[in-house]
Design a protein around this ligand. Structure first.
Ligand SMILES: C[S@@+](CC[C@H](N)C(=O)[O-])C[C@H]1O[C@@H](n2cnc3c(N)ncnc32)[C@H](O)[C@@H]1O
Length: 278
């Protein structure tokens, strides 16, 4: 794994307000969420939250707020869907583009949630854990604010690339990993973090799907970000990244390479007794 690239990606998404190009990051998030494997993981997460009319539910690291609006529609007309995020830029966007009579947006940190204990019927978080300063504390906070015995849902995703004829996987795979670093915390260790936070009855839902168009592949691999960040410490320069992307597109279009997305949705329950939270 290329740690320079990983730290660039983490720094940029950790604090969108201080990112070099906040608009670009928000646009990438919006394109990413429209991809069918992501949209389907989102729908599954809403189901697993067991959202019902009148419930008060929370989305941690809500970003541009589309999930909050979707949840608001499910708890309407007398429930509340709350989105919390550290980024004012993301929340401004959410309030502007994803307002709903049953939605509200709050500034706050995932590892110090500004809510009372057991004040939500269910809580979700998608692709936020890797940016929290204290990920275990973040999951514990999600458990704390959730009613006892109620669901806590975490969603994550990663891109994969399968090279076929014409692209040597030994060459392509390391290139991809350098371009799109995946923090092991969010994938390999996610179920472990959930268990360590004292949540119970953990279930994992894995899915994977291949992408059909190059436009989808561009969004899945965040290639606009990869290009924008070219030349950062430890990464390839702009022209060799462009060259790699062109070769990748050409291989994709003649089906010599398959690009897909894997999603992981973890659901567990807040412990029945507060003593269970370690
Ligand atoms: C990759 S985006 C995902 C946004 C949204 N959940 C979605 O699925 O579209 C990560 C979001 O987490 C937020 N974030 C990162 N670290 C955070 C923290 N410590 N506390 C609260 N929000 C955080 C960022 O501001 C950003 O909006």
């Amino acid at each position: 794994m290329d740690l320079h690239r990983l730290s660039t990606a983490l720094d940029e998404f950790r604090d969108l307000d201080r990112a070099r190009d906040t608009e670009l990051l928000l646009a990438e998030q919006l394109a990413f969420r429209e991809l069918e494997p992501i949209a389907s993981a989102k729908r599954l997460s809403y189901e697993l939250m067991e959202t019902a009319t009148g419930a008060r539910v929370l989305d941690v690291g809500c970003g541009p707020g589309r999930d909050v609006r979707a949840l608001a529609a499910r708890v309407a007309p007398n429930g509340e869907a709350v989105g919390v995020d550290r980024s004012e830029a993301a929340l401004d966007f959410a309030r502007r583009e994803n307002s709903h009579p049953c939605a509200s947006y709050v500034t706050g940190l995932a590892d110090r949630l500004p809510f009372a204990s057991e004040s939500f019927a269910s809580v979700r978080s998608e692709r936020c854990l890797q940016y929290a300063d204290m990920p275990l504390q973040m999951v514990r906070e999600m458990a704390r604010v959730t009613r006892r015995g109620a669901p806590v849902v975490l969603v994550t995703a990663r891109a994969f690339l399968k090279a076929g004829e014409g692209l040597d996987p030994k060459v392509t795979q390391p290139r991809l990993e350098r371009a799109i670093p995946t923090n092991p915390l969010v994938w390999e260790f996610l179920p472990l973090l959930v268990a360590r936070a004292g949540l119970e009855g953990i279930q994992l839902h894995h899915d994977r799907a291949l992408l059909k168009t190059w436009e989808e592949a561009t969004a899945a691999l965040s290639l606009r970000l990869v290009t924008a960040w070219a030349g950062d410490a430890g990464s390839a320069d702009q022209s060799s990244i462009r060259d790699w992307i062109e070769r990748c597109q050409e291989a994709f279009e003649r089906s010599a390479v398959a690009i897909g997305l894997q999603t992981l949705v973890v659901v567990a329950r807040s412990p029945e007794s507060s003593r269970d939270i370690s």
